[in-house]
Design a protein around this ligand. Structure first.
Ligand code: ZN
Length: 302
């Protein structure tokens, strides 16, 4: 009988359970982000500390990066100084209601129908330590604290907030500090440029491809980091403040997660090619067999 268990004890047990359930999907972030999990504000003050962080962009045992919208969309404005102010993301021209996808696995930190100039707006915190912002949406299809997988449909494109045309404003941030998404994403192929991103002494320092440091300190104006100070794998592990993930080794998946619709593709073609039934494709993508497949659309395969 429960009458022997004091009520305060039961309450603390319940609180412990709730905390355990909550911390579960914030495992990596809770240390990195000093336990801050704010649904109200996007936050702008960087909390990057000195030392070296290596962020896995193509993490093991996770779905890797998925470009956040259709592949044939064109960049209409880059990250950089615009009108005397820093434009903190990439603008990608889209049509009204085009699909917006989560870039990596993660948890939705913010899902707002209106957030200042961003309009309808989503922030996802990823297991690799990055956060991505998706702005000017016409519809938000996720809720705060919801877990998402790379490539999940999270919203629809629009022009809400400070926007003069339908487009996606896409940001990549680390510990609240914006960085140029082109550092890690090639916007001509819409693929990742590297396996890891290295942040060192508060600078977006380098990217690593197949264990080789491909680039160092180009975006930074900091001259204290010289070429002689180049980073090796061992150095960076030694100095690591928060190792997010080990450097990934690429293992090809037996079946990709997505198929990008090319000219002439039909549902039955895609079904046959990947050994998935048309019915299953319809279910996974929330569509009807008679729907027309637009070129560049990502079709979920599992
Ligand atoms: Zn923008």
């Amino acid at each position: 009988m429960n009458k022997n268990i004091p009520i305060p004890f039961m309450i603390s047990l319940l609180i412990l359970f709730a905390m355990a359930a909550h911390s579960q999907h914030l495992s990596v972030d809770s240390t990195l982000y000093k336990n801050t999990w704010d649904n109200r504000n996007s936050r702008t003050t960087s909390i990057i500390t000195n030392g070296t962080y290596r962020l896995a962009l193509n993490p093991e045992n996770e779905n890797s990066f998925v470009f956040p919208c259709r592949d044939d969309a064109k960049v209409c404005s880059n990250y950089g100084i615009r009108g005397g102010r820093l434009h903190t993301g990439m603008d990608i021209k889209l049509n009204y209601k085009d699909s917006i996808y989560a870039a990596w696995d993660g948890v939705v930190r913010m899902a707002k129908t209106s957030y200042y100039g961003y309009g309808a707006f989503i922030v996802i915190r990823h297991n690799n330590g990055l956060e991505t912002f998706y702005a000017h949406l016409s519809k938000v299809l996720v809720t705060e604290n919801q877990e998402v997988k790379a490539g999940d449909l999270i919203g629809l494109a629009g022009r809400t907030g400070r926007a003069t045309t339908e487009h996606l404003h896409f940001e990549t941030r680390f510990l609240y500090e914006p960085m140029d998404p082109r550092t890690i994403i090639d916007f001509s192929t819409n693929r990742l440029k590297a396996d890891s991103l290295i942040v060192r002494n508060k600078k977006f320092y380098g990217i690593q491809v197949n264990d080789t440091l491909a680039w160092e300190n180009e975006v930074s104006s900091d001259t204290s980091v010289t070429a002689a100070d180049s980073l090796t794998l061992t150095d960076s592990t030694k100095n690591t403040v928060a190792a997010v993930q080990p450097t990934p080794s690429k293992t090809p998946a037996s079946k990709p997660n997505y198929h990008i619709v090319a000219k002439g593709n039909t549902l039955s073609y895609i079904a046959k090619r990947y050994g998935v039934s048309v019915k299953e494709l319809c279910r996974l993508n929330n569509m009807k067999e008679t729907d027309i497949l637009s070129i560049g659309r990502k079709i979920k395969l599992r």
